[in-house]
Design a protein around this ligand. Sequence first.
Ligand SMILES: [Zn+2]
Length: 156
Amino acid sequence: MTVVHSETRTSNADSGSPSAAAPSTPRLVAALIGRPGRTQTVFVPCPEFCSEPHGEEPEVAVEDITHYSDIVFMQVPTLLSEDTAHSELYCRVTSDPVSPDPRMRAAHVLYGDGNGVDAYLTPDMADELADDLVAFAAEVRGMARVARSANEADAG
Ligand SMILES: [Zn+2]
């Protein structure tokens, strides 16, 4: 398994936000709003964790803007296919400022596996998941030892 921290998105951190010196005040970033050929730049509050290039990819309306951090993802290989991962897991911090659900308006952790429906975790839920993943990883490492020993016993 390989864990990759994506660095492909450009951060908005140096976008010249007038609130950059006051972290408790939401920074304002440029966002491109409108339909192709009919866009304009507006300034929207954007949380510090967000690395979305709001000023590059247009949204039709301001309420379509969602904030996302960089993504961390992990692919699960299979020995039956060296070219294709069996599955993937990914996480990022996100918030939807106009969601009717206050839990979705707050910063939370998105967890997905590429199967269409993502999971949304409060920070406490994400901590619990992280604990479970650490325990799971220890079990996987133990199984690798068992398999390696079995193969060495067969070979010897
Ligand atoms: Zn943002």
